[in-house]
Design a protein around this ligand. Structure first.
Ligand code: NAD
Length: 499
């Protein structure tokens, strides 16, 4: 298959792929695969106005009918899973299975959102006044601006878009400037669903391609009431306050620094498989990648030796090749940053295993590395900082209290886990005095969440929730209504106001 095949198969034309100013490079070999046209910042007010116009129609389209569009989108995604997965691999460097898995996640959230479109439930509430009825109703919020990161170029957009569409909201998507092709391909697939649907308003889902300045136009517009932004904590620190300052609703999905506690009773074979997948999968470029291993001192040396041995067998290389488990980093800057971080860790007393640039047996021009394990004497500032590369820090502990304290002593709060067969330890980890993260698992690694749960994290991870559970409420506005069907006008709290 040539590199352009899946792009063409999904309907991207030469006009889409050439003639623009934004060069798109494949991390596989650094080759330029397209030059796409960026959205002109001057066009952003028009794009937002079109979304507002679409909102006026879509908000009164019945929920189940809105769900029908999402159902058709899910069908079209199923038909194009192979091609879209291949573009994820081409543009983000994920191994084939992970590229396909990301598209499967889109399909899963579509299924969820179709059901949700008939379940946008409110409440009835007991009124203290006779002859009164109180209710809580959820209404569509308005256009949703979705800003996404390079490392999950399609799934988080779908978590947002499928739910927002079911909830009655138009969507404006600003993908990462490193992965515009997957976004353009998604819009082609959605276009087929829209054609079959028939009467969706123009401008229901729009794409805005470019860097932070294009995102900024969404972030600062009062006509985009919800901004869902996925990316670094640094980005969230800029975007969050700007959205709040205009009383918009931010949904922030930012960086993680995810850990696993390995207790003495842990099933070590299972733990090792979970550690390797979550630390080196996607070349350590998942927000939920395992970055810190907090191991009971009685098993630390044994576990570390086994991990170092397992790391030596990892197939590193072309992510399209059958059997490859570790593909490239997104670019040379990410590799340089990883090497600098390893030096910093070593200067803080870390003992580094692996973590070298790989140039043999891999496509030329890509930034390939061997994943690193770093034994740390303590949790230093370097360990507390998210580095978006396959670096796993290993630290020892004596008591579970000490392990949980170390676990929580980082700025981020995304995902976490414990490997133990001791129910007291497991439940303590999940309790109010345990992990402070949005996701906490037992005998499962921190990455690879299912769409059914609410996804997101606390502290510097931003506090946003997307995907399953009741995350849909973030895309709607809540209205409390009281209806008086009596012939009296009693006031709440027994207040008298006789005239
Ligand atoms: P990034 O912050 O560099 O960019 C993310 C997106 O934000 C891009 O589309 C970018 O153009 C946009 N952006 C940046 N500055 C902006 C601004 N001032 N205004 C508006 N938009 C702006 O992140 P990245 O390098 O693409 O992705 C990696 C980071 O994303 C990691 O920190 C990772 O943990 C995080 N991430 C988090 C989640 C999650 O769900 N919590 C998921 C994926 C990635």
């Amino acid at each position: 298959m040539t590199q352009s095949d899946p792009l063409k198969a999904l309907g991207l034309t030469d006009a889409d792929l050439t003639g623009g100013m934004l060069a798109v490079r494949s991390p596989i070999d650094g080759a330029e695969i397209a030059r796409v046209h960026e959205t002109d910042a001057a066009d952003m007010p028009g794009i937002i106005a079109r979304a507002q116009a679409a909102f006026r129609t879509w908000r009164t389209t019945p929920g189940p009918r809105r769900g029908e569009l999402v159902r058709l989108f899910g069908e079209e995604l199923r038909a194009s899973k192979g091609e879209l997965g291949a573009i994820v691999t081409l543009e983000a460097g994920k191994i084939t299975s992970e590229g396909l898995g990301e598209v499967q996640e889109m399909i899963d959230i579509c299924d969820f959102a179709v059901g949700l479109s008939r379940q946008l439930y409110g409440l009835t509430i007991a009124s203290e006044r006779p002859g009164h009825r109180m209710a809580e109703t959820w209404h569509p919020a308005g256009p949703v601006g979705v800003i996404t990161a390079f490392n999950f170029p399609v799934a988080p957009w779908a978590w947002n878009a499928a739910i927002a569409l079911a909830c009655g909201d138009p969507v404006i998507w600003k993908p990462s400037e490193k992965t515009p092709l997957t976004a353009m391909a998604c819009l082609k697939i959605l276009g087929r669903a829209l054609d079959r649907f028939g009467d969706a308003p123009d401008g229901l889902v729009q794409l805005a391609i470019g860097g932070p300045e294009i995102g900024e136009a969404l972030v600062s517009s009062r006509d985009v009431p919800v901004i869902s932004a996925t990316g670094s904590t640094r980005m969230g620190e800029i975007v969050g306050p700007k959205v709040m300052a205009r009383f918009g609703k931010p949904i922030l999905e930012l960086g993680g620094n995810n850990a696993m506690i390995v207790a003495p009773s842990a099933d070590l074979d299972m733990a090792i498989r979970a550690i390797v997948f979550s630390a080196v999968g996607t070349a350590g470029q998942r927000c939920t990648s395992l970055r810190r291993l907090i191991v009971h001192k009685s098993i630390k040396d044994d576990l570390t030796a086994k991990l170092v041995a397992a790391y030596k067998t990892l197939p590193i290389g072309d992510p399209r090749k059958e059997g490859t488990l570790v593909g490239p980093l997104i670019d040379a800057a990410a590799r340089d940053n990883m090497m600098k971080t390893l030096k910093d860790a070593a200067s803080e007393g870390g003992r580094v295993h692996g973590g070298a640039a790989v140039t043999e047996g891999v496509p030329k021009g890509g930034a390939y590395v061997s994943p690193a394990i770093v034994e740390m004497p303590e949790q230093t500032d370097t360990v507390r900082t998210e580095n978006f590369a396959p670096i796993l820090y290993v630290m020892g502990y004596d008591t579970l209290d000490e392990a949980i304290a170390m676990h929580n002593d980082v700025p981020q709060g995304l995902s976490s886990c414990i490997f133990t067969l001791d129910v007291r330890e497991a439940e303590t980890f999940l309790s109010a005095a345990g992990s402070d993260c949005g996701i906490a698992n037992v005998n499962i690694g921190p990455s690879g969440a299912e769409i059914g749960g609410a996804f997101g994290g606390e502290k510097a991870t931003g506090g946003g929730r997307e995907s399953g559970s009741d995350a849909w409420k973030g895309y709607m506005r809540r209205q409390t209504s009281t209806v008086n069907y009596s012939a009296e006008l009693p006031l709440a709290q027994g207040v008298r106001f006789d005239i």
